[in-house]
Design a protein around this ligand. Structure first.
Ligand SMILES: CC(C)(COP(=O)(O)OP(=O)(O)OC[C@H]1O[C@@H](n2cnc3c(N)ncnc32)[C@H](O)[C@@H]1OP(=O)(O)O)[C@@H](O)C(=O)NCCC(=O)NCCS
Length: 165
């Protein structure tokens, strides 16, 4: 397994991620067109809200291959949400997502003192469900038909991972 690291990314690395980004057809059937100005705005926006919703680059052997977010951090309730996206199919199914999610959980607990970490995914995203369940997330709720996709309505599955007492 190659070396996987999670760390904040620079503006240039953020651009590098989006320059080669291809949406997963399972999540978004529309092609993505890289636009430098738009990506700049997104980077500025992410920077602005990084105190409660930090975003990290996922690096494989020094090259950015994905992003992982810890969002809506609630420091009183010690809870947040975790989200992940890899750059394109060439990065997927090689163990990177599982390793990055493990690092994300460690970061959420160790650096931000979070105890309850929520994640959600779509009913047909069996790969993400498998990754979440492998890492010890529990399915807490299924909200039927909330996503409107060209292929039809999709369920939202809500998972939670908790620090063991
Ligand atoms: C979901 C995602 C983060 C997973 O990362 P990844 O690096 O591709 O996943 P990994 O290689 O670490 O693990 C995939 C696991 O799912 C399994 N898997 C793959 N396709 C599957 C399917 N259709 N059904 C069930 N399991 C599947 C693999 O066998 C592997 O399991 P194993 O490690 O027990 O052998 C990544 O594919 C991705 O970015 N997808 C697009 C965006 C997305 O779906 N984000 C999550 C939105 S909520």
């Amino acid at each position: 397994m190659s070396d996987i690291v999670l760390r904040p990314c620079t503006r240039d690395e953020y651009h590098e991620f989006f320059r080669e980004y291809e949406p997963d057809p399972m999540m978004d059937p529309h092609p993505y067109r890289y636009q430098r100005t738009h990506v700049d705005h997104c980077f500025d926006f992410d920077e602005m809200r990084k105190s409660d919703s930090p975003i990290f680059g996922i690096f494989e052997n020094g090259r950015i291959v994905g992003t992982l977010s810890l969002s809506r951090m609630d420091h009183l309730a010690h809870k947040c949400e975790i989200g992940i996206v890899l750059q394109h199919d060439g990065c997927k199914n090689r163990g990177i997502g599982t390793k990055a999610m493990k690092l994300g959980l460690e970061l959420a607990v160790g650096q931000y003192n979070m105890c309850h970490i929520w994640a959600d995914t779509m009913g047909h995203n069996k790969r993400m469900q498998h990754v979440l369940e492998k890492l010890g997330f529990e399915l807490r709720e299924t909200i039927c038909g909330v996503y409107d996709l060209p292929s039809g309505k999709e369920d939202r599955l809500v998972y939670c991972w908790e620090v063991q007492a």
